[in-house]
Design a protein around this ligand. Sequence first.
Ligand code: PMP
Length: 432
Amino acid sequence: MSHLFYQGRGRKPVLDQARGVYMWDKDGKRYLDGSSGAMVCNIGHSNPNVLAAMQRQMEKSTFGYRLHFETEASEKLASKLAALAPGGLDKVFFVSGGSEAVESALKLARQYMNATGQGSRWKVISRQPSYHGSTLGALAVTGYTPLSAPFEPMLRQMPKIPAPRAYLDGRDPRDPASGHHYANMLASAIEAEGPETVAAFIVEPVGGASTGALVPPAGYMERIREICDRYGILMIADEVMTGAGRTGRFLGSDHWNARPDIIVMSKGLGAGYVPLGAMIADARLVEPVLDAGGFAHGYTYAGNPLACAAGLAVVEEIEGQALCANADRMGERLLARLRGLMQKHEVIGDVRGMGLLTAFELMSDRDSKAPLPKGLNAYQRLVDIAYDKGLIVYSRRTRDGIEGDHILVCPPLIVTDDHLDEIIEGLDAALS
Ligand code: PMP
């Protein structure tokens, strides 16, 4: 009997080893990690340079409490991230995961408003559907009803606007009019809430688990930035999934001329080697908060030297192996191959993504975009069949988790054409 428990009762094979894009269980069965865990292991498993950097750090020190010591590792990683982030975003706050990073951003936004005489601004508008984490603060901005409903009324939901889903609404995602249409919903929400009550808007540059690699329509991010400026509210980019090269650039935000005020990242930064996350904020927000008495927030393990040494080595691998460029190139090929599967399998209703954040959505009818019947649990069945065949992919119900099925295909950024062949063969067999 196992003493562990997670979300449910299901038992999984026991993991033994992992190298590159492959993982092996205790029975010696091999799996291709087609979802990088949960879009985490961006540089692949057991990278020798990261392991060596961790070993070197472990031999020096593994922990120094942040209120007692600065560490070389955290200083170096902070400088690296500040250099890679858009201009002005040069203050870095370390945490140990995505939810903690989102919490930090929500609290910094709030404290910035207090410190600058705008204490009436406390709401953070977000999107439906969206996923920003499982702590109560992050859940308040998460638009995913099945996850938030069990915690009401303690959980105070923040206002939501619809995430742009041009493919369901019959709009052309390449037409900036579509982007403006959805972004203008933010202006309407701010007006409805009262601009003097709104502190920030939080957005995943490319939708992740909640919407299945949904890329915003042309003009959306730029118009969002304009609206945030017009109303004096902060723009927070949740790059927990899109950061660290996943979309073909180091940050998802790099694809648009819409600089956020705060960026949060996590998954691909620790890349499966360590729990690590970061909030990268505009110094203009941080300084007034520090002047007003300090940021009233922090976590014990934040910025520990082992995590930061591993994170620095991960970023150096992303740069040294030009993994953003590989994600861009292989992502294009993967999308083309998934479109090929769509020709063959009627059940695929949409293929989408950016870089190696790619997905396809299962539908019962392509024209009407009708989802598959809920009771079928088609997405779970597909994932289970692929798993039996040695291919790991990641699925969720789209459309607020209530209907619609998508499968995220997000292998490590080190994939080659041969790996793509294997992924497509596995999916083809599972779909058949
Ligand atoms: N934000 C986004 C966009 C995510 O995808 C996730 C995790 N799926 C989180 C936040 C929460 O991260 P964590 O699970 O590390 O707390």
